[in-house]
Design a protein around this ligand. Structure first.
Ligand code: GDG
Length: 482
């Protein structure tokens, strides 16, 4: 791969920022798949451009934060609170996110709370333009721009309009729906045209590539080839790159004394009961109510397990200003309370539920002590939690129950028990099967998944994406040389 400067662009920077005083800031690296994937990219120089995550109105503050972040190779985009609310809470998370995950556009209080539809889309454009401005300020000829996710779908076009020589890759971390769902989005054609201004678009799986390509053909009437979409002689390459994790980080962290002590505490806390684990952002796509209903069914049908198993459900707060997410939280609380009320005793309850995130060592300890991971996403681009669980199960060889409609099912399907998240009785039966699975079968399934998780890592994913961007750019230059 050529040595070049890489500008990674995503809605958020990989650091969380707190203001302590006029010119005093603390920054902390945030976790997550994208951060670990990109930290491993071996490039001459990588810079990360993203929203600062907080409003900084004064110029002195903006300058001082920019200087602090420069040391971390990060460049902030500043957005005011009103734009952020309409762009992020509104258009990104009320409109595009549900469409991308095959759900309809909500019609009610989403607009009342986060501004009208038009105001939300205007804010989306404004935010994408603010990103384009910052990129243009820092861009040098030859840089590769690698844009991430649905927050920035208008950015490829805004950039190419200003400099048609720019080399742009785009990666979508979510699912992408069939064309008839995308068709319901009023701005769908405009967003597609902008995405196609990229040189290369990556999605997690071939199914998603197929959806994207057929949507471009059906809605825009464009020609598709095995490599991608052709518009007026220009090819935009569309390819599948299933994201991975930094498996060694989990394998090594579960060996640390801090995690081992936490594992011991957790085992004592749950008093020898089998642990079923759920970890996810509290999100409408993660199927948390479906999981609780299935666990309830399992307890109904298997009374002998009632005092021998606990479901630990970590629902990490997410998008808490969006009405759909507020409703979901209430629904989950009601369900947890019902199941605990029905099957709990004075001594213990069957669901241990937290509305909080946990720190990384605790997360690793939870992964490592759990006997089963239960993932019932209704749609999920990939689902990194399933990978992280596998990587952390070095001693337990726990069982992964995984939604068949998560992208991860296409990579871990042979080792996991796959379930349809809407099939409550089948998930309940799968819990029973997982808890009673013979050690030999658990070992075999675990080894299968571990081999995959270790071989296709976050770094491989990033390198493959970048290799493909370089190839596409090189191929596009061939006719000019003839
Ligand atoms: C999007 C797509 C796609 C979770 N709770 C805690 C915590 N986490 C970390 C996990 C994991 C990440 O958050 C979640 O990643 P997922 O992939 O499971 O889900 P999304 O957030 O929806 O991610 C998804 C992904 O992008 C990557 O392309 O797979 O389909 O929706 O890394 O470890 N980390 C800590 N405490 C927690 O409580 N420290």
């Amino acid at each position: 791969m050529d040595s070049c400067r890489l500008l990674v662009v995503s809605n958020r920077l990989p650091t969380s920022i707190t203001r302590n005083g006029e010119q005093s800031w603390s920054t902390k690296i945030s976790g997550g798949g994208l951060v670990s994937a990109l930290l491993g990219v071996k490039n001459e120089e990588t810079k990360w451009i993203g929203w600062a995550g907080l409003e900084v109105k004064d110029e002195i503050g903006q300058k001082s934060l920019t200087n602090v972040l420069a040391e971390k190779r990060c460049i902030p985009v500043f957005l005011d609170n009103d734009t952020t609310d309409k762009y992020y809470n509104g258009y990104c998370n009320c409109i595009i996110w549900p469409i991308l995950h095959y759900l309809g556009i909500p019609q009610d209080d989403c607009f009342a709370k986060n501004g009208t539809y038009k105001a939300q889309y205007d804010a989306y454009k404004k935010a994408n333009k603010a990103f384009a401005d910052v990129i243009m300020e820092h861009y040098r000829e030859g840089d590769i721009i690698w844009i991430h996710d649905y927050h920035l779908m208008l950015l490829p076009k805004y950039l190419k309009d200003r400099n048609s020589n720019m080399k742009i890759g785009f990666f979508l971390h979510t699912t992408f729906p069939p064309s008839e769902i995308w068709r319901t989005l009023p701005e769908g054609p405009e967003l597609l045209r902008s995405l196609l201004a990229s040189d290369m678009i990556g999605l997690h799986t071939y199914d998603l590539v197929r959806h994207f390509v057929s949507t471009c053909s059906n809605i825009l009437g464009l020609e598709s080839t095995p490599k991608g979409i052709v518009d007026q002689g220009k090819l935009t390459r569309i390819s599948a790159f299933p994201i991975g994790i930094d498996a060694d980080n989990f394998i090594n962290t579960v060996q640390t004394s801090e995690v081992k002590m936490e594992m011991k505490r957790l085992k004592e806390k749950f008093g020898g009961r089998k642990i079923i684990l759920g970890v996810e952002r509290l999100d409408t796509i993660k199927g948390i109510p479906h999981k609780i209903l299935a666990f309830e069914r399992f307890l109904e049908e298997n009374p002998e397990w009632r005092d021998k198993v606990v479901l630990v459900e970590i629902g990490v707060p997410s998008r808490s200003d969006v009405p759909e997410y507020q409703k979901l939280k209430i629904q989950i609380h009601e369900l947890v309370s019902r199941v605990n009320g029905r099957f709990g005793t004075f001594h213990q309850v069957p669901i241990h539920h937290l509305d909080q995130s946990v720190n990384f060592p605790t997360l690793c300890a939870l992964y490592a002590v759990s006997d089963v991971a239960l993932i019932t996403s209704l749609r999920d681009g990939m689902n990194l939690v399933s990978y992280e669980y596998v990587a952390s199960q070095t001693t337990n060889k726990g069982v992964l129950i995984l939604s068949e409609v998560a992208g991860a099912a296409q990579c871990l399907g042979a080792g996991a028990i796959l379930v349809n998240p809407w099939n409550t009785p089948d998930i309940a039966a799968s819990i029973s099967r997982a808890l009673t699975m013979p050690a030999k079968e658990r070992e075999k399934r675990h080894q299968h998944n571990l081999a995959y998780v270790k071989s296709y890592t976050a770094q491989e994913w990033a390198n493959d994406n970048l290799r493909c961007i370089h190839e596409t750019i090189a191929e596009a230059q061939i006719p000019k040389q003839l």
